[in-house]
Design a protein around this ligand. Structure first.
Ligand code: HEM
Length: 426
């Protein structure tokens, strides 16, 4: 049948082509859509820029500070003017401000030099500032942020802080460690007494002059070493109660770590320069950590084995406490790595600070420091060594005094007190 054709030729042409009037309509609609879309985009762009400007103008401005370079910020100035803290201090005096902002790479570093403002950061707004930055030195020190002190805010920090507060540095635990602290305080007096007698300590022709820096550093770490590992010496030590080569190396490495934690390190702000290790911090810190681990890890590993084999059942020092802590299901609370990381004793000075990240060892730290001062003053009369006009109090480019403190120590107690200490040592 003719009419059986499925497509009418006219209909076909309607599908494939438009009349000129229809084409004009479609073209106009197309132009209309483009115009609307363009206007819409311009409006959006304008309103977002406007709101950005509004937001910026309603936000408080940053504290005053030097103009930063693109990308690098003020890293070049800080590098040229090391030590960084002195440069920042000078800068704040020049700007006559108690709070300053120095941009380093992408980081805004805020420096505060007024106690009231510092309290606002540490106490009033401690929740906002409770985290700690990720840096090369703190990562190495904390074995990848599994300890407490330098760890960013988070579950691991909460876990470790809770354990230390409730199980490790509680009042009863600090009291439990008293005998060990007393033994080390006795050893300090013994060491100083021996030094005060030895002609080997003659400086400027005067006998009895001691290096107070060495004595106090060794005592501070010695107390921690005794409480942590129940050990005075890693090796044989010295007959006069002083440090052997092993203790000198261990204490040296701990203080090196202390000086590098939060020190100005270029690659912390410009990570793409890490491979150059421009300031040598990475090498120094890694080597110091190797020394610390060399002395501590074998003791920790051995002790973990003793507990596993059931050969140790009662805690006798802090290391035992760390290893034997259990959760409610009787599983170890700390992993072997967490124990190894946590035993690198906290060696901090300046103050205990406050707020959420305040020192948890305030009681113990005060105890140890007051005992140190008490024994120094109780056991000896101190004076400036003969021939020395005054004590040099100038600063080094670090936390320390530029030169160690040498002082003349004259025993002031009945000699039998010192003899009893010497006897108890032999
Ligand atoms: C004279 C002795 C001490 C001083 C001056 C001192 C000072 C400090 C300071 C300033 C902080 C704050 C660090 C920060 O803001 O990140 C701190 C934190 C800390 N201290 Fe001490 N400390 C001393 C002794 C101790 C002792 C004996 C222990 C325990 C063995 C200890 C354990 C800690 C811990 C675990 C933290 C980290 C707290 C946290 O981040 O939550 N400190 N200490």
């Amino acid at each position: 049948m003719e009419s059986s054709s499925l497509v009418d030729p006219h209909e076909k042409s309607n599908v494939l082509s438009f009349s000129s009037a229809e084409s004009a309509y479609i073209f106009m609609a197309f132009v209309f859509i483009i115009v609307i879309a363009t206007l819409w985009s311009i409006t959006l762009l304008f309103s977002s820029t406007l709101s950005k400007i509004k937001r910026a103008s309603s936000q408080p401005t940053l504290p005053p500070g030097p103009s930063p370079w693109p990308v690098l910020g003020c890293v070049p100035e800080m590098w040229r003017n090391r030590p960084a803290y002195k440069w920042v201090h000078r800068l704040m005096q020049q700007l006559d401000t108690d709070i300053a902002c120095v941009r380093l790479g992408n980081t805004h570093v805020i420096a505060v030099s007024n106690p009231e403002l510092a309290r606002e950061f540490l106490k009033k707004h401690d929740a906002v500032f409770a985290s700690r930055p990720l840096t090369m030195a703190t990562r190495i020190l904390s074995h990848g942020y599994i300890t407490t002190g330098v760890v960013p805010w988070g579950e691991q920090w909460k876990k470790m802080r809770r354990i230390l507060m409730s199980d490790v540095f509680s009042h009863s635990r600090v009291a439990w460690l008293l005998r060990k602290r007393t033994e080390e305080a006795d050893n300090l007096v013994r060491f100083l007494y021996n030094q005060s007698l030895q002609s080997a300590t003659i400086i400027n022709g005067a006998a009895g002059v001691v290096n107070v820096r060495t004595a106090t550093q060794q005592y501070s770490v010695g107390v921690m070493r005794r409480m942590m590992f129940d050990k005075r010496f890693f090796g044989k030590g010295r007959d006069d109660g002083g440090p052997g080569q092993e203790e000198e190396e261990h204490v040296g490495a701990l203080f090196t770590m202390l000086l590098h934690v939060y020190a100005f390190c270029v690659s912390d702000y410009l990570p793409w320069l890490r491979w150059l290790d421009l300031d040598g911090h990475q090498k120094t810190v890694s080597e110091a950590m190797k020394v610390i681990n060399k002395y501590q890890d074998p003791i920790v590993n051995d002790r973990i084995r003793l507990w596993r084999d059931g050969m140790r059942k009662e805690p006798e020092d802090l290391l035992d406490v760390f290893i034997s802590l259990k959760d409610s299901d009787g599983n170890p609370l700390l992993s072997d790595e967490e124990v190894r990381a946590q035993v690198t004793a906290d060696l901090r000075f300046i103050s205990f600070t406050t707020g959420r990240r305040g020192c948890i060892g305030v009681g113990l730290g005060s105890n140890v420091t007051v005992m140190l001062l008490g024994r120094l003053v109780q056991g000896f009369t101190w004076s400036i060594p003969q021939g020395m006009e005054k004590i040099d109090l100038s600063e080094a480019k670090s936390l320390f005094k530029a030169t160690p403190l040498y002082a003349h120590a004259k025993p002031r107690l009945n000699p039998c007190v010192y003899f009893s200490l010497l006897k108890s040592m032999s």
